[in-house]
Design a protein around this ligand. Structure first.
Ligand SMILES: NC(=O)c1ccc[n+]([C@@H]2O[C@H](COP(=O)([O-])OP(=O)(O)OC[C@H]3O[C@@H](n4cnc5c(N)ncnc54)[C@H](O)[C@@H]3O)[C@@H](O)[C@H]2O)c1
Length: 321
């Protein structure tokens, strides 16, 4: 496994106040690096970064080219996570276009001038749509069903174009249903695990779209962060895409059953209409490329990840009463 060591380096984390970004910030600092966070706090919050973790915060948007360029002159690496999420994107595709495509283009244009050591761009398994072959490999043809998947794929394509045309060292990672501490339960599509935990803990009944037999590749946030930062440090990753999932396919119902066991109570389920966004029947990623080329592999089982997430949720609740 590649050692995650940022000693003596500075990393620009866009979207560093968000769910995955804040976990990246803390991991980079633990690995000896300095961090500059660029975030407009649209969905992120500074409370996501634990007290006492040193970092510099810049409130601003990745759509501001001069700001992005100036910050880039001060760093060695860039972890680009800032994005409008699928809910915002569906409501207002133009807003998504501006941040997810325009912001990514800004990062790459600045990198063409400034030449950081490497950039990692965080894409999504949503670019695969309903895949033909399971588990989904990186070579599967993209099938973009939502404006969000269009913008995430466009960001990727700009990355490959800038790698080939301007030799910008950039790597793409594709996430699938990340869950864990700090995920905002307000987003019912991305934050299903935290939403289920919160509802079940409060004694409510959870809402499951359709029959609940649709599957996802639930990835614990620490594993996604380790994969992302391994890719950021790896010269063997330039110009390539990597699935960062678990390779395990779990239905929503099975995930709820594990949660019930861990919470020690039967969770009441209400079945509602099929989803209108990201309505994919089966999703599980083939992660062989990341295993062999990055020597990364997920370590946290779904049961253990859910246990840790429940523990985190309870500790936050205790602190807030
Ligand atoms: N969480 C998942 O399951 C998942 C799955 C696939 C892909 N991704 C990708 O991973 C990245 C991080 O996702 P997340 O789940 O942490 O989402 P998040 O919403 O928690 O984090 C995104 C962060 O970006 C910030 N942001 C939004 N627009 C910005 C702008 N114009 N300028 C600066 N900052 C801006 C937000 O305030 C937030 O802090 C995103 O690029 C997302 O598309 C996440």
């Amino acid at each position: 496994m590649i050692q995650i060591d940022f000693t003596g380096t500075t990393v620009l984390v866009t979207g560093g106040a968000g769910f995955v970004g804040s976990n990246c910030v803390e991991r980079i600092v633990r690995a000896g690096g300095k961090v500059i966070v660029l975030d407009d706090l649209f969905t992120g919050a500074l409370e996501n970064i634990s007290e006492g973790v040193p970092y510099e915060f810049v409130q601003g948007s990745v759509t501001d080219y001069e700001l992005v360029r100036n910050l880039m002159t001060r760093v060695d690496y860039v972890a680009h996570l800032a994005a409008r999420n699928i809910i915002i994107s569906t409501k207002n595709p133009f807003e998504d276009f501006q941040t997810n495509i325009g912001g990514t283009l800004n990062i790459l244009m600045a990198a063409r001038e400034v030449k950081p050591k490497r950039i990692v761009y965080t894409s999504s398994a949503s670019i695969y749509g309903n895949p033909k072959i399971i588990p989904i490999s990186e070579d599967e043809s993209p099938l973009t069903f939502s404006p969000y998947s269009v913008s995430k794929l466009a960001g990727e394509n700009y990355c490959y174009a800038f790698y080939e045309t301007y030799f910008v060292a950039v790597t793409v990672v594709r996430y699938s249903n990340i869950y864990g501490p700090r995920q905002n339960p307000d987003n019912p599509y991305c934050g299903v695990v935290s939403k289920f935990i919160m509802t079940a803990e409060a004694g409510g009944s959870i809402q499951v779209h359709g029959d609940g037999h649709q599957t996802r590749d639930f990835t614990y946030v620490d594993d996604a962060v380790d994969g992302t930062l391994t890719a950021l440090l790896s010269p063997r990753a330039d110009g390539m895409s990597f699935n960062l999932g678990t390779g395990s396919e779990t239905s929503i119902i099975d995930m709820v059953n594990i949660l019930s066991e861990l919470l020690g109570k039967k969770i009441a389920c209400e079945h509602i209409d099929r989803r209108d966004i990201d309505n994919i029947r089966r999703r599980v990623l083939n992660i062989e490329r990341a295993r062999t080329r990055l020597r990364w592999q997920p370590r946290v089982t779904l049961r253990e990840g859910l246990r840790r997430t429940i523990e985190w949720y309870r500790s936050v609740k205790k602190r807030s009463v």
